[in-house]
Ligand binder design. Structure first.
Ligand code: AHR
Length: 673
């Protein structure tokens, strides 16, 4: 509009003028000056008045073994069904060659070995190399990398003559890309572990592992395993490094584990029991994963929890990435979307004891009973556990009854220990209101709120916590993700719109850091071929992983967490939706930097003025996430399509202008003098 008017005036003025060149120059300068957009709004940042403390736990991650998150995901084991304990004992395995008699391949059950009863028995009849064998397909194939080392191992038992195993990795095109062999000598009745190590000579996304037998007589096998050597921190039998690196890069304040609904289980028998997840992996009892058959539209019949990744490894991971551990324990209730089975109150003791013992396992010194157990696993020093969730997403009076029993027992022994309490499945409604009232009557430490909602909800709820009671229970935004379609729809996408709306909402969490002490997006990981639930923060295949736009939003908040909230206002009001703008500010007292976050959720570019009060400024940097396309996604082919880009901003004094493109999220860090 301004431009059009200027051009019309320019034509009129120049028509009859004799000194056209000079006039044209002057008028061009005038047009240029007047064409520079005037700031639409002025944001006032009271930089000299930092307020509430931002808890170090503010931005964290939520881990659950869903979407092949653990088995087939961060747990780097490449063999599926290594101990033959899946419902179908040979699921994931194929027999190679033609067995000579019916009973050449049998699954036997050791009734005295209750945590891992089954094993495979193979009868050989003077077999030559390449005549008979078994093959494992991995989790949607095995991701194998050229030049990387691989550790093969198994437990075996045999009598009679020596036997030989030939191990080979075969790519999807049938090429042999790695091989090794093992000579097995008689063990009598004993089970022995044997291992071999080799290097792959090519990369394959979906390789398989063949084991060929040579010799005569019987061989018993269990725990047949293949691990890459390039695991996180190069730990043998460890975690997939690329996936963990993405977490470490976020610098999360906490890690919640192991879920999610798998804590509750389909029924109580299949609940998560931490004591069964520590110690030698061959003694960790496998169970069916609750997400195996949860959704008829996304069945995953080969999804089990081996617990090779157990509570010790979770604590170790938390320590590795500098995050506070936040274990969630079953409270005597199975998933209320499934069996809704309850442990009666008189039977609750073992559940409560599990909670008390977990605190002892994590924190007691290494001469105490549980401290000794921890030390025997390789960690004599305590893990300094400070909090725990009792129940996942449970609801109703049955939850409150059980929670009270847990709370009494935990607080009696550990008065300062913090308990995370469930407010159910939704952030509003009857269920929420009931729990919220009851929890506040109990003076609950931390209330876990979940919001799986449309982007519009996130935009409209940026003020949600502005009026929450300040000196009462703290809030944990324990699970949230904007749903582009609807909750549990397979059509949900990790679009820029969803990420942008989350960023807008998160400015409201940050502004209210005196009330909101923790928040985490959920779920965290998804395998492109093995997922049950979408959207998810990080997507992987067998070789690669990438962060969604939502990941980068989480990361920007987390790595720019600051330590104190600083008021930022527009016309004396918080900035939470006016002209599609959302903003929050924190001060990092450790680095003496002011960090301003601005979301422009509207389509038009805006130029706004920012006024800092009472401070002198030094250098400034700005990262911007932006896309004109609200449907834009990241992908394996374009993993950083929507991601933070370094941008320029001119901050020479306490008042400066910020250009915000339409649909953008900007984070400005200003050094203070
Ligand atoms: O994040 C997926 C699921 O959503 C979690 O397991 C559960 O807590 C919630 O219903």
């Amino acid at each position: 509009m301004i431009m059009k008017k200027n051009i019309a005036t320019f034509n009129l003025l120049t028509e009859n003028l004799r000194f056209k060149p000079v006039v044209i120059l002057l008028i061009t300068i005038w047009i240029s000056i007047s064409a520079i957009a005037q700031p639409s709004h002025t944001f006032v940042v009271q930089a000299d008045k930092p307020g509430a403390t931002v808890q170090p736990t503010m931005w964290g991650v939520f881990f659950e073994d869903i979407n092949l998150g653990a088995d087939g995901g961060i747990y780097a084991e490449l063999v599926k069904n290594r101990s033959f304990e899946f419902t179908k004992a040979l699921m994931g395995w194929n027999i190679l060659g033609k067995p000579q008699t019916e009973g050449d391949f049998t699954i036997l059950n050791r009734s005295d070995h209750t945590s891992n009863p089954r094993f495979l028995r193979v009868l050989l009849h003077n077999n030559a190399k390449g005549s008979i064998g078994i093959s494992n397909e991995g989790f949607r194939g095995m991701g194998i990398k050229k030049g990387n080392g691989y550790d093969f191992s198994l437990l075996y038992r045999l009598s009679g003559a020596n036997k030989k195993l030939y191990i080979e990795l075969v790519s999807e095109s049938g090429e042999r890309i790695g091989e090794s062999s093992l000579e097995l000598s008689p063990t009598g009745d004993e089970w022995k572990k044997q291992a071999s190590h080799f290097v792959a000579n090519a990369t394959a996304m979906k390789a398989r592992m063949n084991i060929w037998f040579e010799g005569d007589g019987m061989i018993d096998m269990d725990m047949i395993s293949l691990f890459p050597q390039d695991t996180w921190k190069k730990r043998p039998g460890g975690m997939r490094a690329d996936m963990i690196q993405l977490l470490a890069d976020m610098k999360p304040g906490f890690i919640r584990f192991p879920g999610g609904c798998i804590v509750e289980g389909f029924d109580l028998e299949h609940r998560y029991q931490w004591k069964k997840t520590i110690g030698p992996i061959e003694e960790r009892q496998l169970i069916i994963n609750r997400w195996n058959n949860e959704f008829a539209h996304r069945p995953t019949p080969d999804y089990f929890q081996t617990f090779g990744l157990g509570f010790f490894e979770y604590f170790q991971l938390a320590e590795d990435i500098g995050a506070e551990p936040l274990p969630i324990l079953n409270c005597g209730m199975a998933c209320q979307f499934n069996s809704a089975e309850l442990a009666s109150l008189s039977d609750l003791d073992p559940y409560v004891q599990d909670a008390l013992d977990l605190i002892a396992f994590a924190n007691d010194d290494s001469v105490s009973h549980w401290g000794k157990v921890r030390a025997s696993l390789g960690h004599p020093a305590p893990f300094h556990l400070k909090m725990m969730g009792v129940g996942n997403e449970n609801w109703g009076p049955q939850y409150i009854e059980r929670l009270k029993i847990f709370t009494k027992a935990i607080k009696a022994k550990y008065p300062d220990f913090k308990i995370v309490n469930s407010s159910g499945t939704d952030p509003s409604g009857e269920r929420f209101d009931y729990l919220n009232t009851e929890l506040r009557l109990m003076n609950a430490d931390i209330i876990d709120e979940h919001y799986y909602r449309k982007p519009e909800w996130f935009l409209a709820n940026a003020r949600r916590y502005d009026h929450y009671p300040r000196n009462a229970s703290k809030i944990f935004g324990g699970e949230y993700a904007a749903q582009s379609d609807r909750t549990v729809s397979v059509n949900n996408k990790n679009s820029w719109l969803t990420a942008l709306s989350e960023a807008a909402f998160m400015t409201g969490l940050e502004r209210n850091a005196d009330v909101v002490n923790m928040a985490s997006y959920a779920p965290l990981f998804a395998h492109e071929e093995g997922w049950q639930w979408t959207p998810d923060l990080i997507w992987v295949n067998n070789l690669q992983s990438y962060g969604t736009p939502n990941y980068y939003v989480q990361k920007l908040f987390s790595v720019n967490k600051g330590t104190r909230v600083v008021p930022i206002t527009l016309n004396n009001d918080v900035i939470a939706g006016q002209d599609s703008l959302y903003a929050s500010t924190v001060l990092d007292t450790k680095t003496n930097e002011l960090i301003i976050k601005v979301v422009n959720a509207g389509s038009k570019k805006q130029t706004n003025s920012i006024q800092l009060t009472g401070v002198k400024v030094g250098t400034a940097t700005m990262y911007v996430m932006q896309s004109k396309d609200l449907e834009a996604l990241n992908s394996f082919a374009s993993p950083e399509n929507v991601s933070p880009k370094l941008s320029s901003i001119d901050v020479r004094g306490p008042t400066f202008t910020l250009d915000s493109e339409g649909y953008s999220f900007s984070v400005i860090r200003i050094k203070l003098k």
